[in-house]
Design a protein around this ligand. Structure first.
Ligand code: PRP
Ligand code: MG
Length: 175
């Protein structure tokens, strides 16, 4: 199962140099998710991570596909962690720096009882790690515990893993 997911990622990822800015090598997983076998293998793999999580979260935008897919398989709810300005107040907000530029992530500050929840945090790619770390901090600030994080593709040379908290981080493929 994990081999099938990794094989699809290795075979179908579109790599593009100098996008969106010079010096960045962009990993586009669109063809992986468009492939029936690839998408289901990825969802099944991530769906086996952190059986003790009772809530799944996916990061805007590419992490939404994973969050929704995994939550559907596991029978949990899903939180869409949004880029700044998309949610009405009140919100919890965390700024972070990206491989290219900076941004902020937000979740609602009310309406979801996050205290004591056990969150599985998902995104497509781990690059510098700022995105995933900011998302995890949001849940921690709401009184939830990120019990695990998982990504499809980890760009190891950027050492994003070093920026994460004490939750285990799973990646299907490391490059
Ligand atoms: C990409 C990718 C991850 C993040 C990883 O998202 O989908 O979320 O960058 O980078 P980091 O580890 O250096 O923080 P991006 O912000 O480009 O937006 P998108 O998902 O909306 O396309
Ligand atoms: Mg993203």
């Amino acid at each position: 199962r994990s081999t099938r997911a990794a094989e699809a990622v290795e075979r179908l990822t579109r790599w593009h140099d100098d996008f969106p800015t010079p010096g960045v090598r962009f990993a586009d997983l669109t063809p992986v998710f468009a492939d029936a076998v690839g998408f289901h293998a990825v969802i099944d793999h991530l769906g086996d991570v952190a059986a003790d999580a009772d809530l799944v979260a996916g990061v805007d935008a590419r992490g939404f596909l994973l969050g929704a897919g995994v939550a559907a398989v596991r029978g949990t709810g899903v939180v869409a962690v949004r880029k700044a300005g998309k949610l009405p107040p009140p919100v919890l907000s965390r700024e972070y720096t990206l491989e290219y530029g900076s941004a902020a992530l937000e979740i609602p500050a009310d309406g979801i009882d996050l205290a004591g929840r056990r969150v599985l945090l998902l995104d497509d790619v781990l690059a510098t790690g700022g995105t995933l770390a900011a998302a995890a901090e949001l849940f921690a600030s709401a009184g939830a515990q990120v019990v695990a994080a998982a990504v499809v593709l980890e760009l190891s040379f950027l050492n994003g893993r070093a920026r994460q908290g004490d939750y285990p981080l799973t990646s299907i493929v490391r490059r």
